[in-house]
Design a protein around this ligand. Structure first.
Ligand SMILES: O=c1cc[nH]c(=O)[nH]1
Length: 214
């Protein structure tokens, strides 16, 4: 089962409502900030499932036993929409390495499309925990295609997929194609338009954060 943040009431509901609000969205700095905050909150929730080991810290007054993560996950995102969400994760996993992906839609005459992964810039992922961060998990095709390429190249220890809003179809696609991935989302919406925008969703996350693309 995916982890769904808004199943429990918290202040995070406010940031998500802000991202969805057609008037508040006119302020793109606010839109990016809300997304960043949700990234940090989801990263904190996810951190509870990582591996920890006991260690010792010398304080000015003595030695304190602490329980620390054994590694920080690698944070991967798909340009450009995922950048503010990725930044939120990076605020929590401050020492993480990052991977960046460029991908684009190849639309057919019928209106359907496939996702072409153009480039992946990544550190070595062997033995690492990877979090694939994508703001809107709509069809799930981009995330699945990128993760499959990475899984074919590296022996990834643990795979997580994180999104602000996911469609039910996107979640089903990830679960069917990446059965070992753990899914982390802030909310799930039921519907999609014929152009694969999530409904009610929030619109085009990349355009809202960075300006309308031509
Ligand atoms: O609703 C959607 C779906 C994909 N990408 C977006 O930015 N919004």
């Amino acid at each position: 089962m995916p982890f769904i943040l808004n199943k429990t009431d918290s202040i995070a509901n406010l940031y998500l409502a802000d991202m969805r609000d057609v008037v508040a969205q006119r302020d793109r700095a606010r839109f990016r900030r809300s997304q960043q905050k949700l990234g940090a909150i989801l990263a904190y929730e996810l951190s509870k499932t990582l591996h920890y080991q006991t260690s010792e810290v010398q304080t000015p007054l003595g030695i304190c036993k602490v329980h620390l993560p054994t590694q920080q996950p690698v944070l991967a995102t798909i340009l450009r929409a995922g950048l503010p969400f990725h930044q939120g994760f990076l605020e929590v996993f401050e020492q993480s390495e990052s991977a960046f992906v460029t991908a684009c839609r190849k639309t057919k005459k019928s209106g359907s499309f496939t996702i072409q992964v153009d480039n992946i810039s990544t550190p070595n992922l062997d033995g690492k925990v990877l979090i694939m961060i994508d703001t809107m998990l709509a069809t799930g095709q981009s995330v699945v295609n990128v993760c499959k390429e990475l899984l074919a190249q590296y022996d990834i220890a643990e795979l997580h997929v994180a999104a602000v809003i996911a469609s039910t179809e996107g979640i089903a696609h990830v679960r069917a194609n990446l059965p070992k991935a753990k899914i982390w989302v802030c909310a799930v919406d039921e519907e999609m338009t014929s152009k694969s925008y999530i409904v009610p969703g929030l619109g085009d996350a990349g355009d809202l954060a960075f300006g309308e693309k031509v």
